[in-house]
Design a protein around this ligand. Structure first.
Ligand code: NAD
Length: 264
């Protein structure tokens, strides 16, 4: 291979030689993250509670499927250890699995809030602790990328059970950066806006838009650019964040620009 060919390969396949684990990879944004990292040359471990839905990523992009419930610390540890053994280590964890619960915070059964925290906060902590142990064993640093949400900084009405653990996950990201930076481990996150996915279905978009007297397009494109942001946009933002070696403890907002969610 000539020098020119080698540098073209680095440009086209910036994740060549990297092992990436993506939680919640069977659907929506996680699926797109796995696809984009695989196309960028990474060996990708896809983790999901719904492992049956991981088959097409394996067939089309060579991702390795693993059944995993991120709310079960032992399950995540076992699966990430196995994936690291099978794929030759771990360089990047994309902690993505999550789901959106709703309810007015003053009336909400406590159990529902706890259930959301199990997935939208402790699920991230479980995956991160398991990844940290692997990064340490390897002694070559690592990166953790969190899929947070712009709800973490701009709470929506009746969205407390989702937004509150997301705000805690933003704090978790910073804590990992503070505690593990000297080990060469970076922690960053993305705050996405409204994205079509299994969490935000076409049906939900139609209902929410009409409740606000908007068309689905106006609802999804209600940002400064006036365009809909897609799962691919989020996945590509993660890919860029993964390559920014000196970016740490950062939140990248990917929502087309919304003043209420813009960090200051
Ligand atoms: N869709 C949006 O508008 C939006 C906006 C901002 C942030 N996010 C975040 O993006 C992430 C992905 O959401 P999405 O929109 O792609 O939703 P999605 O429902 O399409 O995908 C979520 C995936 O997580 C998996 N999952 C759920 N519980 C799990 C568990 N206990 N263990 C392992 N996997 C589990 C599901 O099976 C599913 O495959 C979430 O963290 C969500 O909060 C979504």
């Amino acid at each position: 291979m000539t020098l020119d060919e080698a540098s073209r390969d680095v440009a086209l396949k910036p994740m060549q030689g990297k092992v990436v684990a993506v939680t919640g990879a069977a659907s929506g944004i996680g699926r797109e993250i796995a696809r984009v990292f695989a196309l960028a040359g990474a060996a990708v471990a896809t983790l999901d509670i719904n492992d049956a839905a991981l088959g097409s990523l394996a067939a089309e992009y060579g991702c390795r499927p693993y059944r995993c419930d991120v709310t079960d610390a032992a399950s995540v540890k076992r699966v990430l250890d196995l994936a690291a053994d099978e794929l030759g280590g771990l360089d990047i964890l994309v902690s993505n699995a999550g789901s959106a619960q709703q309810g007015a915070i003053g009336d909400l059964p406590m159990e529902e809030l706890r259930r959301s925290f199990e997935l939208n906060f402790f699920g991230h902590q479980n995956a991160c602790q398991a990844a940290i142990r692997i990064f340490r064993r390897q002694g070559r640093g690592g990166a953790i990328l969190f899929n947070i949400s712009n709800q973490s900084v701009n709470p929506g009405k009746d969205f407390g059970p989702y937004g509150i653990p997301k705000a805690a996950t933003l704090a978790l990201m910073k804590q990992y950066a503070v505690d593990h930076g000297r080990e060469g481990i970076r922690a960053n996150g993305i705050n996405a806006g409204r994205i079509r996915s299994g969490l935000m279905t076409d049906q939900m978009i139609v209902e929410r838009a009409s409740a606000r007297g908007m068309t689905p397009h106006e609802y999804m494109a209600g940002n400064l650019l006036g365009v809909e942001v897609t799962a691919s946009d989020i996945a590509n933002a993660f890919l860029h964040l993964a390559q920014m070696d000196k970016v740490n403890a950062a939140v990248l907002t990917v929502d087309g620009g919304v003043m209420a969610t813009s960090l200051r």
